[in-house]
Design a protein around this ligand. Sequence first.
Ligand code: NAD
Length: 337
Amino acid sequence: SVDTTPITATLFPGDGIGPEIADSVKQVFRAADVPIEWEEHYVGTEVDPRTQSFLTWESLESVRRNRVGLKGPMATPIGKGHRSLNLTLRKELNLYANVRPCYSLPGYKTRYDNVDLITIRENTEGEYSGLEHQVVRGVVESLKIITRHASLRVAEYAFHYAKAHGRERVSAIHKANIMQKTDGLFLKCCREVAGKYPEIKYEEVVIDNCCMMLVKNPALFDVLVMPNLYGDIISDLCAGLIGGLGLTPSCNIGEGGIALAEAVHGSAPDIAGKNLANPTALMLSAITMLRHLELHGKADRIQNAILNTIAEGKYRTADLGGTSTTTDFTEAIIDHL
Ligand code: NAD
């Protein structure tokens, strides 16, 4: 079956708690017989002139070659003369969509227990194009760039994702009533793609109304697709609905079908090396990678083991109010497999 062909994937354990939680992922994957061989790459200790950053050219080549990877949190080194690590990855691998599945974890009580939505954020342009300047003293200008190319590309991905994952509806989030040209073009592209997917319901929701609906009743949404800035804000809002960034997985989709999964949280230097980190977000991110590879059997099995461990409540790390170490929690997940 497809579930046993060996696949090579790049692994960036990252900094701080990164290596500890990456280790948990490796152990759980091994215990579940996931047919993945990891190719490990660490962030370099000096700037690689070929990437102008601490990420080596070889590590980027590894992702390009394998087309799938998992990234732990990286602490961007301080100092001048280099590009930020995340920016290097985004630009070099052309990571154009950030996908965050957001679902309630049974047994971990938050305000809602019925969240099950996906946010898909355009990740290359919009308000984050980096084009800001001063016009005259006291007046500055920032350019919001929306292109047909990038809008169609992210809309295509959203509908493709909805179809592949048995989702029913895609909502395009916008402010086209005010941003008529930019968000207007974004919506036009979404509509065009929606026309090719008659089996998926399509709707358009104004961003402010979307925020209100999300906090009142998140079950109203299924798949949401949006320009960069709205996506940045809404995806964190959604993470908050299920218990915070420590539980939220994400996956970056790049040109040519690259998928680079990563946890949303940082390297947590305050607890690094203490066996206290919660590996859930990185594990759930690794599961988005398995789903990208259509290894749904393995993905379901590991996801259930994680959810059952958390629901059981016996082994939880400190951030979830428990006293377990990373190692105990990981072993509990393996027992649930
Ligand atoms: P952080 O997410 O690392 O930590 C914020 C708080 O959350 C800390 O108290 C930390 O202990 C806790 N926390 C985070 N992840 C946790 C986990 N898995 N288990 C238990 N507790 C967890 O944010 P920060 O302190 O603002 O950033 C620290 C470093 O991480 C910085 O160098 C920053 O640049 C980097 N960072 C990297 C990424 C990334 O690689 N995607 C994202 C955010 C921050």
